[in-house]
Write a protein that binds this ligand. Structure first.
Ligand code: B3K
Ligand code: ZN
Length: 857
């Protein structure tokens, strides 16, 4: 286990290594507790260097060391579990062979080589390779790999690594395989998988006519559940060709699904390893959201082949170079193959919920930070989602054609290298690259104040940028329409000061004003259409204006946003003691809900209230979690009762076929289920009770259960029990059960969560189980933020237990504390006490880093 070294890594300290490592030959003699790893790497001095070769390890045991085939005398090197130093290397290319031994079965961190359900697998990003063998283990050292695998006994296991298969054989009765990856890659993209697995096979013919063998490996017996993932893979491969001109480059592409995995998936060259929840699907077991998640993650990891693998990162500060860009690419894929406007709403909702709160809280950091204490904690929504928004702004600023040209330049210029953000930005024809770079360099979400005046036929819109704290002004792309009663006004008729208009777009610096004369009545501005920049918009609360936008705006995102803004204002007023004033909003929502000219998924989004977390953010400080919960429940109930006839009609509409998982069917189900949630909250428990009993697909079944649970319907317990009994043997469905139970807001969530930790199939060792139960609990506002501090203490205790076994998961759970300062003094103090307790006892750098930041600031 990595202990907390407290060392800060700084971007300004970046220096290339003294030696290159152009070739690596690895041999694995697999064994559950004694896997022997022979690592023969060719090193060569970068220039006329004269210095030791310093390699890193993590908990390694060295068995032998050879230089160019000759055993090294003990005096020639120094080996500890954490480093290997060759004191006086030759001044020419040489081969260093190091043999180490590791124990996959004892690897509970799930970094390096470990076993999941008996299958050997690896996770190396960011610094897991050093838990396998000594190496530079940094992304700017690229090597061509040959990997030899010897199975741990007879049988017919899959033996997989990166690249193309050279040959298979048998040595002393044990199957072997030799893989060669011709593309130089950093250690973090290395992968090995070995074990008894089932598979589905397919082929893909690339745009230049090369045939690629595709395979997805899963637990035996679950092969039929991998067909959707295979289909998503082929569609991703085709899309990258048509939209970005990127072709796949090896003879094979393999995906392996494992049950124990710290995150979603990993883009190892030619051998993606996935958390099985992003591969396995069946309509009886997976929801529409699960299907969409599989499609996204399959696409994301595949797209990394070019943005991440062919061009990788020079150092981990540049993580967003591959992650932000690849998220942008997967979002574009989904927008092209599903509904662009629905996807945008989904993504912005997630961004505001998670990234905006990160960016405004104690864990904030720039998209490209300049220092970090623990790299594993940098895989954040800021690097990923804000990183993607920054790319999207480039796209907005220069347009699709110039964007594609810039991407082509990037691929041509940096293929086969480890690049930086500056390298990337230099490929685009941006008007002012250095001010654009501020989006990467400074943390915090800018605010744009929007003011509108109307007097004597003259309308003026003023946008003013207010940087976050001491940050500098950034170029902010604003998509704009000014809406009159008859539709959008012609902006070329307006006088614009402070920017130039380009189509529907202008770039805001400090201030922009748009003036239109000769009007008969005041128009209203639709600003930041399609959410054209990741900013907070500060605009006077004005119900009239929001309702006008709801009626007249033709940008679906802004329509949804106006509805959310209204709902949030009502929720907040109610939280502060005002009566619930929902009538007008309910009428508008009813009209949308009934309007078949809008797609069902969009109408469903309109029927979903802002979450409790959004209300917490909107209140800002001294929040009372119980009142938040009560306000939310009350508004759901009021809308459900008021809109009941419309909602009932929507829910009565014939559902799509259970096995239809197309986006259209998913949209129809989401509308029916959004209606059901409100109806149930409004007191109609019968529908959800019946649907929970009879639904033939997981989406409807789960939606019914969630609706019952949220409404604290008396039938909830029985319905939950039946669900549990029906699916107890399906771990991924059991996760949904755990999450639902931990999310209930009936005052029993903590006791129930504690109880479920004793469930025979729960284990803190499995990240999916832990995230489902404990993660869901920590997002349950009333329970986690209980005034007596019991929720905080519970999470702190679990984090300390996990600190020893799996620090990455522990640290990730602790980030759920990040909003504690928004709550009232009693809660804040209780949270701080719990966090300080963790800080005192934490061993890992992962947990230490997060807690230090949460406690300080
Ligand atoms: N690159 C991996 C994430 C690795 C996380 C390491 N702690 C998956 C992805 O973003 O595609
Ligand atoms: Zn990624």
């Amino acid at each position: 286990m990595r202990t907390d070294t407290g060392q800060t890594v700084r971007l300004i300290d970046y220096a290339p290594t003294l030696y290159r490592a152009p070739r690596t030959m690895l041999m694995f003699a697999l064994h559950p507790t004694r896997t022997v790893v022979r690592n023969a790497t060719k090193y060569e001095p970068r220039g006329s260097v004269d210095g030791p070769l310093t390699l890193v390890g993590d908990g390694l045991l060295l068995l032998s060391a050879e230089l160019d085939g000759k055993k090294l005398p003990d005096s020639a090197y120094e080996a500890t579990p954490d480093s290997f130093v060759l004191k006086d290397p030759p001044k020419r290319p040489f081969e260093l062979t190091l043999v180490t031994v590791v124990s996959p079965d004892e690897n509970t961190e799930l970094m390096g080589l470990y076993r999941s359900n008996g299958v050997y697998c690896t996770q190396c990003e960011a610094e897991g390779f050093r838990r396998i063998t000594y190496s530079y283990d940094r992304p700017d050292v690229l090597s061509v790999y040959d990997v030899f695998i010897i199975a741990d006994g007879p049988g017919a296991p899959a033996l997989l690594s990166n690249g193309n298969l050279v040959n298979k054989g048998v040595v002393n009765g044990a199957p072997t395989a030799h893989w060669h990856d011709p593309f130089p890659k950093p250690t973090y993209l290395f992968a090995l998988v070995a074990g008894e697995l089932g598979l589905v096979k397919d082929t893909f013919t690339t745009m230049s006519g090369r045939k690629v063998d595709l395979a997805i490996y899963v637990e035996k017996g679950k092969e039929p559940r991998a067909t959707y993932a295979m289909d998503a893979l082929k569609r991703s491969m085709r899309w990258d060709e048509t939209r970005f001109g990127r072709e796949y480059d090896l003879d094979v592409f393999n995906i392996v699904a494992v049950s124990d995995f710290n995150m979603g998936a990993m883009e190892n060259k030619g051998l993606n390893v996935f958390n099985d929840r992003y591969v396995l699907a069946d309509p009886a077991l997976a929801t529409d959201a699960d299907y969409a998640g599989i499609e996204t993650v399959i696409a994301h990891e595949y797209f990394h082949n070019w943005t991440g693998n062919r061009i990788t990162c020079r150092d981990w500060f540049q993580l967003c170079l591959k992650e932000g860009l690849t998220v942008f690419r997967d979002q574009e894929f989904t927008s092209d193959v599903r509904s662009r406007s629905v996807k945008r709403i989904e993504d912005v909702r997630r961004l505001r919920l998670h990234q905006f709160s990160e960016d405004g809280g104690p864990l904030r950091h720039p998209v490209r930070p300049s220092e970090y204490a623990e790299i594993s904690n940098l895989y954040t929504t800021t690097v990923y989602e804000k990183g993607s928004e920054v790319i999207r702004m480039i796209h907005t600023l220069i347009g699709e054609t110039a964007f594609r040209r810039g991407m082509d330049t990037y691929f041509a210029r940096f293929d086969g290298t480890a690049a930086t953000i500056e390298d990337f930005i230099g490929c685009f024809e941006l008007p002012d690259p250095s001010s654009f770079m501020r989006w990467y360099l400074e943390a915090g979400t800018p605010t744009v104040a929007v003011e509108e005046t109307y007097e004597n036929g003259r309308y003026r819109l003023t946008l003013t940028q207010k940087p976050f704290m001491n940050a500098a002004l950034k170029p902010i792309p604003v998509r704009l329409a000014i809406l009159g009663r008859e539709g959008a006004l012609d902006l070329s008729r307006s006088t614009i000061e402070g920017a130039r208009l380009n189509g529907d777009r202008l770039t805001l610096g400090e201030k922009v004003s748009v003036t239109i004369d000769g009007l008969n009545e005041s128009p209203v501005a639709s600003v930041f259409r399609t959410f054209s920049a990741p900013v907070h918009v500060e605009r006077p609360v004005d119900a009239e204006r929001d309702f006008t936008l709801l009626e007249h705006d033709d940008d679906p995102f802004n329509v949804w946003d106006a509805a959310q803004r209204r709902a949030l204002a009502i929720l907040k007023a109610h939280y502060e003691g005002a009566p619930l004033d929902i009538d007008r909003l309910a009428n508008v929502l009813t009209a949308f809900a009934e309007d078949k000219s809008h797609e069902p998924a969009f109408r469903a989004f309109l029927l979903q209230l802002p979450t409790r977390h959004m209300l917490v953010e909107a209140i800002g400080g001294d929040v009372d979690a119980d009142k938040v919960d009560a306000a939310h429940k009350a508004m759901m109930a009021a809308l459900g009762a008021k809109m009941a006839p419309t909602l009932a009609a929507l829910h009565d509409a014939p559902p799509p076929a259970d096995n239809d998982v197309t986006p259209e069917a998913a949209g129809r189900r989401s509308l029916r289920n959004a209606a059901l949630a409100l109806l149930t909250a409004g007191g109609d428990h019968a529908r959800a009770t019946k649907q929970a009993e009879s639904a033939g697909n997981m989406t409807d079944r789960l939606a019914a259960l969630a609706a019952l649970a949220a409404a604290n319907a008396p039938t909830t317990d029985a319905a939950m029990q039946r669900f549990h009994d029906d699916f107890e043997a399906e771990p991924l469905v059991l996760d949904k059960y755990f999450a639902l139970q931990a999310s209930r807001s009936d005052g029993e969530a903590l006791a129930r969560t504690r109880g479920l930790m004793n469930h025979p199939r729960f284990s803190l060792k499995n990240p999916n189980r832990t995230r489902s139960l404990i993660g869901a609990f920590a997002q349950n506002i009333a329970a986690f933020h209980a005034a007596d501090g019991s929720g905080y203490r519970f999470l702190a205790d679990i984090a300390l237990t996990l600190d020893k076994a799996n620090p990455q998961v522990a640290a990730r759970l602790l980030t759920l504390f990040s909003e504690y300062r928004r709550f009232d003094a009693t809660r804040r103090t209780a949270a701080l006490t719990a966090l300080k307790g963790v800080l005192d006892q934490a061993k890992s750098s992962d947990v230490g880093d997060i807690v230090r930041r949460l406690v300080n600031v």
